[in-house]
Design a protein. Sequence first.
Length: 153
Amino acid sequence: MLCQSTGKVAEAFKQLHTGRPQPVAVEKSLDQLAKTGNVVLPDLAVDYPRPPADEDALAAAKLLVGAKSPMIFVGSGALAYGEALQNVAKIQQAAVISNPTGKGILSSRHYLSLSQFAGHRLWAEADVVLAVGGRLQPPRMNWGTDEGLKSPM
């Protein structure tokens, strides 16, 4: 007897290994869980296709690599990426400014972590500004934009 949920389990593993990384769940009713029988599990060693490269992200990375005075704005959406963010900031020697919800993602004691006040002062000198896990709308509205602003998006 082939378990009816074999297809659903296979689909769950496909979703787990493709697309945006996120948890996957398979639900079964209690009466189905109580049943016994032979179960054939799907082959979990499937080589799932890799998604194509994100051209916008590649264009943004090229801008950041070529920057002379980069700046990184951090919001709460970057909470899980603190270590990676710190590595990028170190490599680029980029000032990191946290919005109120992004505080603590990069330690305020880190030499690249700057306050909003310092970020405002450096804004005019920045040639590339990267927003991670937040929006650039508040600084752009309050601090202004440059006519030569580059954006890959």
